[in-house]
Ligand binder design. Structure first.
Ligand code: NAD
Ligand code: MG
Length: 391
């Protein structure tokens, strides 16, 4: 029997990389569900190429156009995840690769009906990991984080207890502005921030990488997903992006996981449970000796990357992370649309965190789905008010 596959966010960077990997072995995999919101042309191509049973298109206009175009085709075009027929049959592998909190509900839905979920969508892990864990337990589903740092931590700490671990370092390339003079930061435009020196990724995560918000989100994601104390995590700059996480154990050993800057490595290892010849799937050659002099590490300069100061106990423990995530989504979008400057992302976030209502929303522990959206909505509204100068 072929393995049934669903890819949420199939037109994105992670979605496309995952599809390429599955495509190499269509004797083994059956692409059943794909989803996207915009990108008419790519949705068209993916329908023709992969012939999924269902394609969920959340944007109404694109949905209408595609629905008409493929009305004689076998593929069922849906506008909402809730339109999927209820089925007890399980998907073998789901890739959760929608960007932002928009991925939360679809991911929760698919955890219930999938044996294994490859989780790229960090915003979902940050806001809803407590719900994810409950649903996984109830439905006997497995989550494998595929963000490269989390995939590495998972590999390095497999079966370890908190008391065996001294420190966990999450590496950051430092992005395009690692050596740029700070006085010029105020003039940075989105096109410059999106150009990541090492990774090719979607717009939002690229901008998050340029000011280290991506690492802040990744530390929170790790705290939420793994059973290790929050004060064990540290962000460390590693400009070459070849080592993704480093774990120092109490027994005196330090281990790290090294691989090329290609997301097909964590994704295919997650699909094939580490038993895969990557050179048959990816253009990269696994040649460690090419980078003998490339492994350099530096401490994070907080003046350059003040956003790392958001990593406080407050954020780790409660709903502050939902606020951070929601406000950041609004600010990144406004920065892309040229409505705010690069430095405003940090300073407006601080204003949200200093708002008199912040505590009321931030103290909630393990909020349910309704409460998550309430907190998320408050943060979005407050951030818009600040951007528009009303606060
Ligand atoms: P992307 O912007 O390239 O793709 C996002 C996908 O989500 C697209 O298919 C898009 O159609 C879909 N989408 C966007 N908004 C939506 C909405 N409102 N409703 C439904 N679908 C929507 O993003 P990406 O770079 O592939 O990243 C996806 C996720 O994976 C993010 O959470 C990111 O942090 C994480 N991640 C990405 C990388 C990477 O290398 N790109 C690495 C690690 C983790
Ligand atoms: Mg990462």
């Amino acid at each position: 029997m072929k393995k049934k596959i669903a890819i949420l966010g199939s037109t994105g960077s992670i979605g496309r990389t995952s599809l390429k990997i599955f495509q190499k072995n269509l004797r083994q995999f059956n692409i059943c569900v794909l989803s996207a919101n915009l990108n008419y042309n790519l949705i068209n191509t993916q329908i023709k190429k992969y012939k999924p049973k269902y394609f969920i298109i959340t944007n109404k206009e694109v949905y209408n156009k595609i629905k008409i175009k493929f009305k004689k085709n076998k593929v069922k075009i849906l506008n909402d995840f809730s339109d999927l027929p209820k089925s007890k049959k399980k998907f073998d592998i789901t890739v959760s690769a929608i960007v932002g909190i928009a991925g939360l509900k679809p991911t929760l839905k698919f955890i219930k009906i999938s044996k294994k979920v490859l989780l790229a969508n960090k915003e979902t892990a940050i806001c809803g990991s407590h719900i994810i864990k409950k649903i996984c337990k109830k439905n006997n589903s497995k989550i494998i984080p595929i963000d490269s740092e989390h995939f590495s931590i998972n590999q390095l700490t497999n079966n370890c207890k908190d008391n065996e671990i001294k420190k966990i370092y999450i590496t950051a390339s430092g992005g395009p502005f690692l050596r740029k003079k700070i006085k010029f930061f105020k003039n940075i435009k989105a096109v410059e921030a999106i150009k990541h020196p090492k990774w090719s990724m979607g717009k939002k995560i690229s901008i998050d990488s340029s000011n280290l918000m991506n690492k802040v989100l990744e530390v929170i994601e790790a705290i939420r997903l793994f059973p290790f104390r929050s004060d064990k995590y540290e962000i460390i700059i590693h400009p070459q992006s070849l080592v993704h996480a480093i774990v120092s154990f109490k027994n005196g050993q330090t281990k790290f996981l090294y691989h090329e800057t290609d997301m097909s490595i964590p994704i295919s290892n997650a699909i094939y449970e580490n038993k895969v010849d990557i050179e048959t799937l990816s253009k990269f050659k696994n040649n460690f000796t090419n980078s003998f002099d490339a492994l350099r590490f530096e401490k994070v300069d907080k003046k350059r990357f003040p956003i790392v100061t958001f990593l406080t106990k407050n954020i780790h423990m409660n709903s502050g992370a939902i606020i951070l995530n929601a406000s950041n989504e609004v600010l990144v979008d406004s920065f892309i649309k040229n409505k705010i400057g690069f430095n405003d992302i940090y300073s407006y976030l601080r204003r949200v965190f200093r708002d008199r209502d912040f505590k009321k929303y931030a103290v909630k522990k393990n909020p349910d789905i309704k409460e998550i959206y309430k907190i998320d909505n408050w943060a979005r509204k407050k951030t818009f008010e600040i951007i528009e100068g009303k606060k």
